[in-house]
Design a protein around this ligand. Structure first.
Ligand SMILES: Nc1ncnc2c1ncn2[C@@H]1O[C@H](COP(=O)(O)OP(=O)(O)OP(=O)(O)O)[C@@H](O)[C@H]1O
Length: 268
């Protein structure tokens, strides 16, 4: 198995409850009549990278979107069950969803910078929050771009359009935009599938750095990537959680035949 990073990861059952960043309890989700997620219960550990894997359509992105209530945007979506983040059930009707989304940032497959400068992209969320002191914005932009390993490449062109950056730079800019809000959790939905192999490695190394300061949940179709970057991996099939373990165990000694068939490419 290809490994970039040393994981040194405790087995899933050894994790203390206190170390969970996200605690999913009996989550079910429907789009209209279609039952998409079935009785999902799992604890996602703090300051680790957790990968969600499984065949196309098994519900990975939908589950990821549950962690910042993204599915609320779709008519006909309903869900039952709890998702506890920071001690609160985020599925509760009274949760402030805008605030939740600043604590739980999200990065999609296609980099989607706003049509504005690099600087304005990074501080967009902060300005929405009412931060308008120039020195504070400058500091936040510099620090987020440094965390996203982009500062050295853009420090002399902060006021150029973000659309002039390469695909890999744009994806790091989107990560910087999320980091500027100091999220506790970063959700990455196939963040490298539109990028070349070298840029992909660069972003993977960045994840290893970022988990020091926030919890990362990544959806990926790339088994090597999941094995390289994640501490824990959850395998889904048709909306059900089939197996969840530390990545070393899941990729070398899966318990379930279905998991083995998937990771060895026998289906999916
Ligand atoms: N907004 C929506 N409205 C209706 N059905 C949806 C919606 N979003 C997703 N679905 C359905 O829910 C199921 C799970 O989709 P989801 O995108 O979560 O799967 P996935 O595992 O992330 O797939 P992929 O790997 O192809 O991205 C699919 O059957 C999909 O068609």
């Amino acid at each position: 198995m290809l490994k970039l990073f040393q994981h040194n990861t405790p087995k899933i059952h050894e994790l203390e409850k206190a170390s969970s960043a996200i605690d999913v309890r009996e989550l079910n989700l429907w789009f209209g009549d279609k039952h998409v997620l079935h009785d999902i219960s799992m604890r996602i550990p703090k300051n680790k990278v957790t990968a969600l894997i499984g065949q196309s359509g098994c519900g990975k992105s939908t589950l990821l979107g549950c962690f910042n209530r993204l599915n609320d945007l779709y008519n006909g979506c309903k869900y039952k069950g709890e998702i506890v983040i920071g001690g609160k059930n985020i599925n509760h009707a009274k949760v402030n969803v805008a605030r939740l989304r600043t604590r739980v940032g999200m990065v999609f497959q296609q980099p989607n910078p706003f049509p504005m400068s690099i600087y304005d992209n990074v501080c967009y969320g902060l300005k929405l929050q009412g931060v308008n002191i120039r020195r504070h914005l400058d500091d936040a932009v510099e620090s987020a771009l440094k965390e996203a390993a982009l500062w050295e490449e853009v420090k002399d062109r902060l006021f150029e359009s973000a659309h002039l950056l390469s695909g890999g730079q744009q994806q790091r800019l989107i990560i910087a935009r999320a980091l500027a809000l100091k999220p506790d959790i970063l959700l990455l939905d196939e963040p490298t599938s539109a990028l070349d192999p070298l840029t992909t490695l660069f972003i993977e190394e960045l994840m290893a750095e970022l988990k020091q300061r926030c919890t990362i949940v990544i959806v990926t179709h790339n088994m090597q990537q999941a094995a390289r970057v994640s501490d824990y991996t959850a395998f889904f099939h048709q909306g059900r959680l089939i197996e969840y373990a530390d990545s070393d165990t899941l990729f070398t000694m899966p318990e379930k035949k279905q998991t083995e068939d998937y990771i060895t490419g026998r289906y999916g």
